[in-house]
Design a binder for this molecule. Structure first.
Ligand code: GLN
Length: 223
């Protein structure tokens, strides 16, 4: 049996659990809610859900999971959605030293709540490379989402593969002049074993992102 797993310290983890359980795969995956080091040690891969990244980091620290999670990220597949995407960032802009703690893993800089208070939440149809039925749009649900500011892989890092961008004709007014290749339009990306969406696929009825993560990032490593 393969183990799929994700962090249940805080945030939208039940929705991820439901999505994973609905996947039709030839091999069975077992979903573990991670609250302790013992739980984490059972896992071959991790999903870090949406929620509040600061709270999640504090809870990880007090439950003794912060360093083990950092080690986990170094060698195993991890997908971060929204707050989880913030935690997987190498750097976040505007955070004071000693403020938000991160896990790192993806060589990008992000800004928390980067769309501004005028555009707290929005939905937009995304075309996404590599999903099943790629001609079907995926509904991106953004809730106080982070914005990717910079992609900065060093020569030794795996390359960053952009999986989805916000269509420029949709961009919020504050960003309307963005070039379509601007990193701020990036809403899903992959770097090596790591995968990031600034929106919430688990809040839709569409499990194609879960399918992608399990098939592309997790199963090939646990064969
Ligand atoms: N704004 C939250 C944060 O900074 C993320 C919101 C979310 O996960 N929906 O952590």
């Amino acid at each position: 049996d393969d183990l799929g797993a994700f962090s249940a310290l805080q945030g939208a983890f039940v929705e991820h659990q439901v999505m994973l359980q609905k996947l039709s795969l030839k091999r069975k995956i077992v979903v573990v809610l991670v609250r302790t080091l013992e739980d984490l040690n059972l896992c071959d891969a991790l999903i870090i859900p949406g929620g509040e990244s600061t709270t999640m980091a504090v809870l990880a620290r007090v439950s003794g999971l912060l360093e083990p999670l950092r080690e986990f990220v170094k060698t195993k597949p991890v997908w971060g959605t929204c707050a989880g995407a913030i935690l997987l960032s190498q750097t976040i802009e505007g955070s004071k030293k000693g403020g938000q703690e991160l896990l790192g893993g993806i060589s990008i800089t992000t800004a928390r709540n980067g769309w501004g208070s005028q555009v707290e939440s929005f939905e937009v149809d995304l075309s996404v490379e590599g999903l099943q039925n790629p001609e079907e749009f995926f509904t991106g649900i953004f809730i106080r989402a982070p914005v990717v500011l910079k992609l900065s892989p060093s020569p030794d890092d795996p390359p960053i593969q952009v999986i989805a961008r916000l269509p420029t004709d949709f961009l919020p007014p504050s960003l309307a002049s963005l070039d379509e290749n601007d990193p701020k339009t990036v809403v899903a990306l992959r770097q090596g074993l790591h995968f990031l969406t600034t929106f919430h696929p688990e809040l839709t009825q569409d499990n194609r992102f879960h399918d992608y993560f399990v098939r592309e990032c997790v199963l090939p490593r646990t064969a």
